[in-house]
Design a binder for this molecule. Structure first.
Ligand code: D5M
Ligand code: FE
Ligand code: ZN
Length: 493
């Protein structure tokens, strides 16, 4: 154990003793790995509470993982509200990030700069961590004498069974995975994606680098920001207007629910609190998105698709603001960051609805609660390269994005990315809510107090999805209370 790590361990144990928390060795090593002075007291106090609840005197690895934010099912609950209603509350929207269409050069030099920018942004996140010293650049790490130990920062080039090939802007090498590597390290390596930037704790043996642990840039542990006002947001996506499988009936039920409230008093109350709707892409089915798509379309003209959707959205009460971003089916450029839907189509929506059209991804604050909204095309790549991410568990892919602090780490696979110098897909600012769509499966979760919502779809299962074995969960909307952060789901069938 290095000097720094020893100091971190002593610091954690001192604080744990003060609070009367007993840690088992695995629990302690997770705390060391995720050490952050600012949140240490909060984490240990939560662990003390858990211990008091009777989960045992000694705090286990599982308890620590739960407290520091292993993804868990969100509390699906319905808040009890008080007056006034959403229509009497003033709108508070701040657009924190939305990218415009620009003339882009995507040549080799621009691409080099793009990856240098990715490395530099994520390296500075890693370097600010207490557990990143002693730090050595990769070339220097490779020239250290046997039995040296240290930390380095690398971009993953390739993952293999017994080693990872890594590089930085200056050097490329293999880092070997020890044969006796524990489950915890294996699991972390399972989450590594090609082109992601991470810290590696290493030791040198026979002039070769061995991996001791992987250090993710990760998000800090902090609390969810709540709003003073008692208002809620509907999070949805993947409407696919124009597809034969678009469930117009269910969508209209939601519109009616927003106008008149549901049958029960509780639903009346919920519906009267809705002030915003966020639609995370795939508003329409588009034209020519996949081979033979026209056979599955009801509306074969792109403008008519947006007009049809606009007619539905215009029936939503006026006090509800609708924020939209494009997905891979919309009238917009394809590569991400994807500028907003082309003006001539967005205008059709704006004509009839109360619409704000932003880029994919974008960041908005509603009453001080920060939303990172992203369609989610890169989930296909994450499902391919990461061990525990699949189409039916999008919250795991979302958790990996937060841990790696990047929305689409894998370059050159299925997700087209604009590489013109600056990497805007690095998650620089930590959100309160992370909202995605694309995989057509409704799931919600929590990671380090960040609400994760993949908002499902309004399209029934298509033939294409049958062939791919994708089982969508259509006609469910997520409702998030800005006042207390609770997430509810309402089915419209
Ligand atoms: O994506 C709808 C669903 O289909 C989602 O689960 C991703 C999946 N999908 C989309 N395109 C592909 C390809 N090319 N291969 C595998 N899976 C795919 P949507 O964007 O609505 O079409
Ligand atoms: Fe979709
Ligand atoms: Zn999509």
């Amino acid at each position: 154990m290095g000097q720094e790590e020893g100091a971190v361990k002593r610091r954690i144990l001192a604080e744990a003793t003060r609070l009367g928390v007993l840690l088992n060795p695995e629990a302690l090593s997770i705390l060391i790995e995720n050490y952050d002075e600012k949140s240490l007291q909060m984490v240990l106090s939560k662990l003390a509470e858990e211990a008091k609840k009777g989960s045992g005197i000694v705090v286990s690895k599982e308890t620590v993982e739960n407290v520091i934010g292993k993804s868990r099912e969100a509390n699906i609950s319905i808040g009890v509200h008080t007056q006034p209603l959403a229509k009497d509350i003033e709108e508070k929207i701040e657009i924190l990030k939305s990218y415009d269409a620009k003339q882009v050069s995507d040549d080799l030099e621009a691409r080099k700069q793009y990856f240098a920018d990715r490395c530099s942004k994520i390296s500075s996140m890693l370097r600010s961590r207490a557990d990143m010293s002693p730090y050595y650049p990769l070339r220097k790490a490779c020239s250290l004498p046997d039995r040296s130990e240290g930390k380095t920062i690398v971009m993953v080039y390739e993952k293999r069974e017994n080693y990872i090939v890594v590089e930085d802007m200056d050097f490329m090498t293999k880092i070997l995975i020890p044969k006796d590597c524990d489950k915890y390290l294996r699991e972390k390596i399972g989450r590594l994606l090609p082109d992601s930037v991470v810290g590696v704790s290493f030791y040198v043996s026979n002039s070769r680098l061995f991996c001791k642990s992987i250090i993710f840039p990760d998000v800090p542990i902090r609390s969810f920001n709540t709003a003073e006002e008692d208002v809620s947001v509907i999070l949805t996506s993947d409407i696919h207007y124009g597809s034969q499988k678009f469930s117009e009936k269910a969508f209209l039920k939601m519109v009616k629910w927003l106008r008149e409230g549901g049958v029960t008093e509780r639903e009346q109350e919920m519906s009267s609190r809705i002030k915003y709707i966020i639609i995370a892409g795939d508003l329409v089915d588009g034209i020519g998105i996949y081979p033979q798509q026209e056979k599955e379309l009801n509306v074969r003209d792109l403008k008519k698709q947006y007009t049809g959707l606009s007619n539905l959205l215009s029936q939503i009460p006026e006090h509800i603001k609708i924020i939209v971003i494009p997905g891979n089916h919309d009238a917009a450029l394809r590569a991400i960051p994807q500028p907003p839907i082309f003006d001539e189509y967005a205008e059709i929506l704006e004509d009839n609805g109360n619409i704000i059209s932003l880029s994919n991804p974008c960041m908005v604050s509603l009453h001080g609660v920060k939303f990172l909204v992203y369609h989610g095309t890169s989930m296909e790549d994450i499902a391919t390269f990461a061990k525990n991410a699949s189409y039916d568990r999008p919250e795991n892919a979302m958790e990996i994005m937060l841990q790696l602090r990047h929305l689409a780490p894998v370059y050159g696979s299925r997700t087209p990315i604009i590489t013109n110098g600056e990497d805007k897909l690095v998650i620089e600012e930590v959100p309160d809510v992370f909202h995605t769509g694309h995989v057509h499966v409704f799931r919600s979760g929590v990671y380090r107090e960040i609400k994760l919502i993949n908002s499902g779809t309004w399209q029934e299962r298509t033939k294409y999805q049958e062939q791919l074995g994708i089982m969508p969960t259509p006609n469910i909307a997520a409702i998030l209370s800005l006042k207390n952060g609770s997430v509810s789901q309402v089915r419209f069938e």
